[in-house]
Design a protein around this ligand. Structure first.
Ligand SMILES: [Zn+2]
Length: 184
């Protein structure tokens, strides 16, 4: 049986043929969907079901996002989003941050946990910034030895090997809540 996408209220069967199952209701004549989903017909038991499709949540302008830097390019980088305004998301969504200003430095590395703010959504691309004080790197490791690093304001220093590297560090760097968020 092929299943087709349904919207709430869509008629998926008539009551003479099927009974209501998951995520459906009967309006006296038809079986209709309660949710966005895919229709599934249990022909043996004559039950119509809708398998709900969870829509990925998309951040809006002004939302804060937390994620892991997934790619680094010349003057931009991508963040694979884990949290939108503190709520976990599993949609595999990415936002793009662009380096601005004369120096166009990018002060993150792939694998860093960063906080960013969404500034606009253009042509299907979600643009974010890390320039505000609370935005930027929340958690990172030493690039040389993967050791624990400490914040030095505009750089991080490895507690093990002493290697120092620049970062755009969030004012919330090292906050244990964010470390917990990042590993959940
Ligand atoms: Zn190190």
């Amino acid at each position: 049986m092929s299943s087709k996408e349904t919207l709430p209220g869509d008629k998926i069967a008539i009551i003479e043929e099927f009974e209501t199952g998951q995520n459906t209701f009967d309006d006296g004549q038809s079986i209709r969907s309660l949710v966005v989903g895919l229709s599934e017909f249990d022909k043996t038991n004559r039950i119509a079901n809708i398998k709900e499709i969870k829509r990925p949540s998309v951040p809006k302008t002004g939302n804060s996002v937390i994620g892991i830097v997934s790619a680094l390019m010349n003057n931009m980088f991508a963040i694979s989003v884990l949290y939108i305004d503190g709520k976990p998301t599993h949609s595999g969504l990415e936002v793009i941050c662009q380096a601005r200003g004369a120096k166009k430095r990018i002060l993150v590395r792939v694998g860093d946990v960063v906080a960013a703010k969404v500034i606009n959504l253009l042509n299907g691309v979600i643009h974010a910034i890390i320039s505000e004080p609370e935005l930027g790197v929340l958690f990172t490791k030493c690039n040389k030895c993967a050791g624990k690093v400490i914040s030095m304001g505009s750089s991080v220093k490895c507690a093990d090997c002493g290697y120092i590297e620049e970062r755009k560090i969030s004012s919330k760097f090292g906050n244990s809540d964010f470390i917990k968020l990042g590993s959940n």
